[in-house]
Structures are given as structure tokens and as C-alpha cells.
Design a protein around this ligand. Structure first.
Ligand code: NAD
Length: 292
């Protein structure tokens, strides 16, 4: 039976301070996700995870709005109690980022999660061929966007959090394993994602004394819109088994495998996880090159 009092057979009861396991993971939370248009992408998959785990509202945002209304209809059909909003804007446009945060706060009185996930890849060139414009464009989309999300989401969380004076909230920034360790891929991409990791670490400290957490999520090789060409080319060559051979799970990942970690980081289950770079890469970044 259920133990009565403060002890069980003489031992103090385990102090469970986390959320009630019977409750949905992100019950009633208001969530903004950028980079949510891509059908195979991490943003769309994450919108489904947050919606299916009890979010009150999910804003799905992208500068390409071609599928957003379809995603909204699908999520609404699956989870009718969730308010889904679509917003078309450039994640590196400060006034647009501030506007969506302000809208969420005006409508719901709070913002709980900002998942700054929009990003672009490349250019995959040797560094001597990379122009200033190419370098700055990748930094703008991948790094400035996450800075703006952190700046405006944290300001809104500080002003409106239901748990004032210790405001609460979770800001999740999509970085990459390319920002932790690198390879011959793309110097601008890796540099832009390393900056995202640093931003999460620094913001976590600047927000000290609040319950606003900032973490970077670092996917490995995931089959999304961004990497579809790599997977398709390998399938066409019959070399798809080679994909992911560098990680111990020996496969690429799918967007939902990142989305489930985003859900964890956005939920109170991760209440003591702060300022971290979470690699979700099948183990890739745990190793080092080794020739047998
Ligand atoms: P994706 O291309 O399928 O999705 C990215 C989405 O971001 C697209 O819908 C795109 O339209 C949007 N976007 C791009 N620039 C934008 C801008 N300026 N403003 C608003 N939206 C913009 O790729 P994905 O893999 O789902 O990418 C999501 C994030 O994951 C990116 O930050 C990416 O760098 C990161 N990532 C992906 C992988 C991978 O292997 N797929 C690995 C590591 C990191």
C-alpha cells in the first residue's frame, strides 16, 4: 500500500520534486518553434511532440510558409485542444521575433518555451573559397536568430512568468555536433553552431537567479529537408548502409528523435538541466577517428 507518514520501513521517503508522472509533460505551456515548415524537419516533429504532450498553444514559424497551414490542420485534427498558430517571418529579423513573442504574451499572458530551431547549412566549400557574404549569411541565420530568440523570449519570461519573482521558462537553441567537434564540412556552419553553444552557456549564467533555462540541442546526422540530398544520393548509389557508419548506432537519425529531446528540454522534467549542449547523435561526438 501507499506509505503513510515521512518514512517507509524506517527510510525517509524519496523526495520527488519533479512533475506528476500522470500529467502531460508540457501541460498548458505556450511554445514558439522556428524552422517548422520543412515536412521532414525537426521543427515540425517538435510541434507534434509539444502538441501531443498537452501544450496550450504552439506557434509554428518559418520564413517559408508553404506547408505551415497544412501542419496546423494536421496537428489540430490530432490534438484538438491545442491552439496552433502559424507565422511567416525570418528568424533573424529582430522586430519579427519580438512581435511573435509579444503576440503570444498578449494572447496567453505567458511564454514557456522558445525553440529557436531555424537554420541553414553550408556552404560546403574549402575555406579559401568562402566569401564574406556567405560566411555572414550563415552566421546571421544560425547564430543571430538564436541570440534574438534568447533576448526576446527571456525578456518576456521575466515580465510575465506565472512564477514571479523567479520567472521560469525554457529556451532551446538548435546547434549541431558540428559546433562541438568538426570535420571537413563547412567552416561557416561549424563556427555558427559553436557560437550557438556558447550563447546557451552564457545566457544561462546571465539569467542566473531566475528559473529560465537555456540549452543547446546538438543533432548529429538526421534525415530532414536539410540532409535529404545526402540520404537520397546514398540510396541511389546503394550506399545508404554507409550513412551513419561513424556513430556507434551505425545509422542516421530521424527528426522525431531530436523532437523528443526538445520536448524533454522544454518540459519541467529537465528542471535542473541548464546551459548544456545536448548531443543527440547516436554517439558520434563521444568518439574520435580511429583507423583499424
Ligand atoms: P530543414 O531544412 O528540414 O528545416 C529547417 C527549417 O528552417 C526550414 O523549414 C527552413 O525554411 C527554415 N529556415 C531556414 N532559414 C530560416 C530563416 N531565416 N527564418 C525562418 N526559418 C528559416 O532542416 P532541419 O534539419 O530540420 O534543421 C533544423 C535545425 O537543425 C537547423 O538549425 C539545423 O542547422 C539543425 N541541424 C540539423 C542537422 C541534420 O542533420 N539535419 C544536424 C545538426 C543540426
Amino acid at each position: 500500500g501507499k506509505p503513510a507518514g515521512d518514512t517507509f520501513e524506517g527510510l525517509p521517503l524519496i523526495r520527488t520534486v519533479g512533475p506528476d508522472a500522470s500529467q502531460p509533460r508540457v501541460k498548458d505551456k505556450v511554445v514558439i518553434i522556428t524552422g517548422a515548415n520543412s515536412p521532414l524537419g525537426i521543427g515540425r516533429a517538435s510541434a507534434h511532440q509539444f502538441a501531443s504532450h498537452g501544450a496550450k498553444a504552439v506557434y509554428i514559424c518559418d520564413f517559408d510558409a508553404s506547408h505551415l497551414e497544412t501542419h496546423k490542420r494536421e496537428i489540430t485534427a490530432l490534438y484538438p485542444s491545442v491552439d496552433v498558430h502559424t507565422r511567416q517571418f525570418d528568424a533573424a529579423d529582430e522586430s519579427a521575433v519580438k512581435a511573435v513573442v509579444d503576440e503570444a504574451v498578449a494572447k496567453y499572458g505567458r511564454l514557456d518555451v522558445f525553440f529557436a530551431n531555424a537554420g541553414i547549412v553550408g556552404p560546403h566549400k574549402v575555406l579559401s573559397d568562402v566569401t564574406d557574404e556567405e560566411f555572414m549569411n550563415v552566421l546571421r541565420v544560425n547564430t543571430l536568430s538564436t541570440f534574438l530568440a534568447t533576448k526576446h523570449a527571456s525578456a518576456a519570461m521575466l515580465k510575465t512568468s506565472p512564477s514571479k519573482p523567479n520567472a521560469s521558462g525554457s529556451i532551446i537553441l538548435t546547434a549541431s555536433v558540428a559546433g562541438l567537434r568538426s570535420n571537413a564540412g563547412s567552416t561557416p556552419y561549424s563556427a555558427s553552431k559553436a557560437a550557438v553553444v556558447s550563447l546557451a552557456q552564457t545566457a544561462a549564467f546571465q539569467l542566473a537567479g531566475t528559473n529560465i533555462r537555456v540549452n543547446a540541442l546538438c543533432p548529429g546526422l538526421i534525415e530532414t529537408g536539410m540532409t535529404a540530398v545526402v540520404f537520397e544520393a546514398a540510396r541511389a548509389r546503394g550506399t545508404e548502409k554507409k550513412i551513419g557508419q561513424l556513430n556507434p548506432l551505425k545509422r542516421g537519425g530521424v527528426a522525431d528523435e531530436i523532437a523528443r529531446v526538445a520536448l524533454f528540454l522544454g518540459s519541467d522534467d529537465s528542471s535542473y538541466v541548464n546551459g548544456q549542449a545536448w548531443a543527440v547523435d547516436g554517439g558520434l561526438s563521444a568518439g574520435h577517428p580511429y583507423v583499424q
